[in-house]
Design a protein around this ligand. Structure first.
Ligand code: NAI
Ligand code: 15L
Length: 272
């Protein structure tokens, strides 16, 4: 199911990471909110669909990214490394790539970016804490560090060049929550669409940091800024809780993956 279509102010939207898990979902859903959807990835994208433009590109290639943003009104930036990886993999996709994207936005006159950040920017806050949506970073690895860098790039390009960004610290966006941790962090695909559409259309966002999470009963993040951009989640992890709790015993309370919000990511990465 998709959420209802909106009359969009955007003629041509660019979706990076369009071949990935969330990209496949948004590729199907974003045409309801724009006239033309330009889709890009380093991985195969298949055939172009109605009102689509295919533009394969490596985010680490500055020239390719400059061309990618030509004629675009706004960008939904999902592309990059999406899990904890060696620095050599994170650097080109998530560090060089995000600078290439914002430099291209500046040079091509693009005024709005929706940036897929991650809860791993704040993975080293404890699970017994509730933190505000824009809490100072406590990244849990190279991946979280790269997303914190991406948020800082977004801030720089707003302060210096007026390019507005909504950075989405996405929790766990999958068809359904997969474990006890995701009962806190889950965001449905319908709520993802609601959030991205709100982030594209809201006025005067400057650089806003919002948590990408459904209306779950168990909360680690105070997502008050979401009201400012008009995001109202409608789904919840609650119906999934009984089956998950039956299937998986609570973890060892001394396990760092149980202590910290980043879960298993805190056990990976530098030095591991
Ligand atoms: P994914 O790994 O399925 O998709 C990422 C896409 O980026 C892939 O299709 C990959 O080919 C592409 N990509 C990687 N390096 C590239 C490069 N150098 N140039 C061009 N494209 C490149 O990840 P997923 O789950 O779809 O996530 C999308 C975005 O949302 C990612 O940025 C991820 O960090 C972020 N996110 C996702 C969450 C989730 O629960 N799915 C949670 C938090 C953040
Ligand atoms: C992320 O940032 C990842 O992209 C996604 O694959 C999940 O692992 C998610 O965080 C999570 O924390 O569950």
């Amino acid at each position: 199911m998709s959420v209802s279509a909106t009359a969009s102010a955007f003629h041509r939207l660019l979706l990076t990471g369009a071949a990935g898990g969330l990209g496949v979902e948004l590729r199907r859903r974003l045409p309801a909110h724009c006239a033309v959807l330009r889709v890009s990835d380093i991985a195969p994208l298949g055939e172009a669909r109605a009102r689509e433009e295919l533009r394969p590109a490596d985010l680490a290639d500055a020239g390719a990214v400059l061309a990618l943003l030509e004629g675009v009104d706004a960008v939904v930036h999902l592309g990059g490394v999406s899990t904890e990886q060696p620095w050599e993999a994170v650097l080109p996709a998530n560090i060089v790539g995000v600078v290439n994207l914002y430099e291209a936005a500046r040079r091509q006159g693009v005024r709005r970016v929706v940036f897929a950040s991650s809860n791993h920017v704040t993975g080293f806050y404890r699970q017994d804490q509730v933190i505000p949506a824009g809490a100072p970073p406590k990244p849990d690895g190279f991946y979280g560090l790269s997303k914190a860098f991406g948020e800082d790039v977004a801030q720089l390009y707003f302060d210096k060049h007026g390019i507005e960004t909504v950075s989405l610290r996405i929790g766990s966006s999958f068809a359904a929550p997969r474990d006890r941790r995701m009962l806190h962090t889950w965001m449905s695909f319908d709520d993802l669409e609601r959030l991205v559409v709100a982030a594209l259309g809201a006025r005067d966002v400057g650089h806003s940091i919002i948590c990408g999470v459904s209306a779950n009963p168990r909360v680690w993040w105070d997502n008050a800024p979401a009201a400012h951009i008009g995001y109202v989640p409608r789904d919840s992890s609650a119906p999934f809780a009984p089956a998950i709790e039956r299937a998986t015993p609570p973890g060892d309370p001394r396990d760092p993956a149980v202590v910290y919000q980043g879960g298993a990511f805190v056990r990976q990465g530098p030095g591991k």
